[in-house]
Each structure stands twice: as C-alpha cells, then as structure tokens.
Ligand binder design. Structure first.
Ligand SMILES: [Zn+2]
Ligand SMILES: [Zn+2]
Length: 279
C-alpha cells in the first residue's frame, strides 16, 4: 500500500503570493479560498520511510502540519524523511533541501545529471552540514525502500516519476512539471492508477494578465491545461487524476468558475494541501 500526501499544491510563490493581487490571491487573503503552500508530495509504502518529490521552501511548515513526517519517539533527533526526488532544479522545488541539513547523515537526493549540475551551489552549501548523497534517477524501475519502486520519466528539462507498489503492482504518476507530452509519458498516464499532473496554468498567456512581458506557460516549461492536459487526462483510465503545482493565477482555483467546472466535468480533481491518497 502506497500513501501519497500532498504537502503543497501551489506552484512557485504559493497562494497567496507575497506580491500578487490577482483575484485568487485577493480571495485567499479574504478567506474566500484556502491558502496553499508550494508544491511538494510525500510518498511512503511502509509509513516509516517517506520520500519527497521536490522539497519546497515551505517544507518546515509542511512538516509541522504532517505528523507522519515529524520525529518519532526513540531518539531525540531523527526524521522519517528518507530522501528527496527532484523533478528539476527550480528554486520552489529545491530550497527545502536547505532545511534538511542539521543531521549527521547526508541527505539522499535522486535527480537527473542536469539537475544535479544546476544545483552545484546547493550541494556546496550542504557540504559543511552533513552533506548530500546524489543518485541518478534511472529510467527503469528500481527499489526505493520497502515495497516501493520508482522510475524517472525524462521530459524536456524535467523528470516525472512513476512509483509502483511492489506487492500489488499499482502505480502512481507524479508529474508536476510537464513541458511536453512524450510517448513514454503518455504510456505512464495509461498505466497508472493515480495521476498527479502539472496544473500550473489554464492558458498559455495567463501570466501576461498580471505582469506585462511575462513568459508564456510553454516558455516556463508547463503545458497549459486548456489546450493540452485536459483532453489527455479526461481519457486516461486512472482511478484518480489530480492537478497539482497550481499557479495562483489559475482560474480553476476560484469556486464557481467556468474553468473549475470544466476540470471537474472531466473527472479531474484539484489538489489542496494535506490531501492524502492511498494506493
Ligand atoms: Zn515549480
Ligand atoms: Zn496571485
């Protein structure tokens, strides 16, 4: 049995974002919609060893709101967090690694070679504080811990991860940064029981409405929902399909919006912090 816990469901900046007064950020400050922390997912097959997919700058808060990630009785200093899988080197996915430095054992990090070399500076910062052990995430299934296997799916400038329960064979796809739909990713969408997918932007030009000259969704390596992943996920046979890594400008966050209704009509859920999925 695999437990998947969404620690943070928002894209970089969170909801609300400190310098943003878009409709969603205003509604989050008014208490009309729930604030959300930055994207990270925790996974465990034994409820003892937890692996994070991305470590956000909000990790301290996320640990304090998740008892399973807190130190267990038996010794004064310990952590159930056994390692971190990185989709890419973005700051909102990696700054949480700096929190994991006050320990005797090195932090275990799985990433592509490109992600590791982009994070040289972070590796140097961790070095005097217990350090870090880096492993290249393989494209073939490998055991991660008791009963949990995983593989990396290489995409344009990012990885997605497919996790598999080694007992039941059930699989989950965790893909918060998707800039292209490859054959391998489509295959993983068709062969996973649960899918957590890139829900960053609704439209390609969404950010330009709040900031003139902003890059498009595709330029930021996120396929927009409306003309890409909505159709893909609608037709996927997965039991649960959930948008994660949702940017604060995305209209699917607003209750009663047309866009939110379209997502729900397609059988896709919209993640929120603390959501737990059992596979
Ligand atoms: Zn991000
Ligand atoms: Zn905003």
């Amino acid at each position: 049995m695999i437990r998947i816990r969404i620690l943070g469901s928002a894209a970089g900046g969170g909801l609300p974002q400190w310098n943003c007064l878009c409709a969603n950020c205003a509604a989050a400050r008014n208490g009309e919609i729930a604030p959300q922390t930055q994207s990270s997912v925790a996974v465990s097959a034994d409820n003892q060893h937890w692996f994070l997919v991305n470590a956000s700058p909000d990790l301290p808060r996320q640990i304090e709101s998740t008892p399973a990630l807190q130190p267990h009785p038996g010794s004064l200093r310990n952590s159930p967090i056994a390692g971190v899988l990185l989709t890419n080197a973005d700051l909102d996915h990696t700054l949480g690694l700096l929190l994991l430095r006050q320990q005797q054992t090195p932090v275990l990090v799985y990433a592509s070679d490109a992600t590791r070399s982009a994070l040289d500076w972070l590796e140097l910062l961790l070095h005097p504080f217990g350090g870090s052990t880096w492993r290249t995430a393989s494209g073939d299934f490998n055991s991660l811990s008791n009963g949990l296997a995983f593989r990396a799916i290489e995409l344009h400038k990012s990885n997605a991860f497919q996790l598999r329960d080694e007992v039941s064979g059930q699989a989950a796809l965790i893909a918060p940064v998707v800039g292209e739909l490859t054959a391998e990713l489509r295959d993983a969408v068709d062969t996973s029981d649960v899918i957590l997918f890139d829900g960053t932007f609704w439209n390609d030009d969404e950010l330009r409405a709040v900031r003139r000259g902003a890059r498009s969704a595709r330029e930021m390596n996120h396929l927009p929902i409306s003309d890409s992943s909505l159709a893909l996920l609608r037709h996927s046979p997965a039991r649960r399909k959930i948008y994660v890594h949702i940017n604060n400008t995305n209209p699917i966050l607003m209750p009663g919006s047309r866009e939110r209704a379209l997502v729900q009509q397609a059988g896709i859920e919209i993640a929120c912090d603390g959501l737990e999925i059992i596979l």
